[in-house]
Design a protein around this ligand. Structure first.
Ligand code: 5RP
Length: 219
């Protein structure tokens, strides 16, 4: 099965997790796009929806969903999003699409985080996927040097600005042996807005699509 079909299967499986009257947070990326496209099927269950990026907001609005700000809804019942990597401890790397800051906010504001991935993203140890780090522009080279000290190879994501007007460094070759500890340590570097390790608030459920089925991993 092609990876895109697996993404679609994982996304459709997430529809089962939508309760009546849900306040729903929606992530960003190609997997989530399949989820968004299927949302009209469960429109009557959705009380309000918050987007983790401008791209997601636009896609939802095209389907006639009224997208609210988090300040208007308060905490959310459910957050559905993809990931770049996931492990069996429900830790994730996110931010391949550059929306990691708002994604981390929505994940943190939600009672339940359902993560939708294909089996190619399940890993033993996080870090083969370059770690996205959002930085304020004036701190970019300083933060990059700090990551070199941690034996990472920072690469500036050229020509890309986040929805928050910041820049992204993708840090290659980090061995993320202790995700919660490294999330904390890297988040403390001055100028870092968000690191793409989602360990303190990882997923509660991971739906993993392989060639045959969607496997449910629940905490
Ligand atoms: C965006 C993300 C995405 O969830 C992640 O990059 C996965 O994307 P895709 O579903 O396109 O493979 O974190 O910031």
């Amino acid at each position: 099965m092609h990876q895109s079909e697996k993404k679609r299967q994982a996304a459709l499986a997430a529809l089962e997790y939508i309760p009546d009257g849900v306040q729903l947070g929606v992530g960003t990326g190609s997997t989530v796009n399949y989820f968004i496209d299927a949302l009209p099927q469960v429109r009557s269950k959705i009380s309000s929806v918050v987007a983790s990026s401008e791209a997601t907001r636009e896609r939802l609005e095209k389907l006639d969903f009224k997208v609210l700000d988090l300040a208007e809804t308060g905490d959310l019942d459910l957050y559905v999003d993809g990931a770049d990597e996931a492990n069996k401890h429900f830790h994730l790397i996110k931010g391949g699409g550059g929306a990691l800051t708002r994604e981390k906010v929505l994940a943190g504001a939600s009672s339940k985080f359902v993560c939708i991935v294909d089996d190619e993203k399940m890993v033993g140890a996080l870090g083969a996927f370059p770690l996205p780090v959002e930085v304020i522009p004036m701190a970019r080279s300083f933060v990059s040097r700090r990551f070199v000290k941690h034996r990472g190879q920072p690469v500036y994501r050229e020509g890309f600005l986040t929805d928050n007007g910041n820049e992204i460094i993708d840090v290659h070759n980090l061995s993320i042996t202790n995700p919660p500890e490294m999330e904390e340590r890297f988040s403390r570097i001055p100028g870092v807005v968000t690191v793409g390790i989602f360990a303190h608030r990882g997923a509660d459920v991971i739906l993993v699509a392989d060639n045959k089925q969607v496997r449910v991993m629940e905490k």
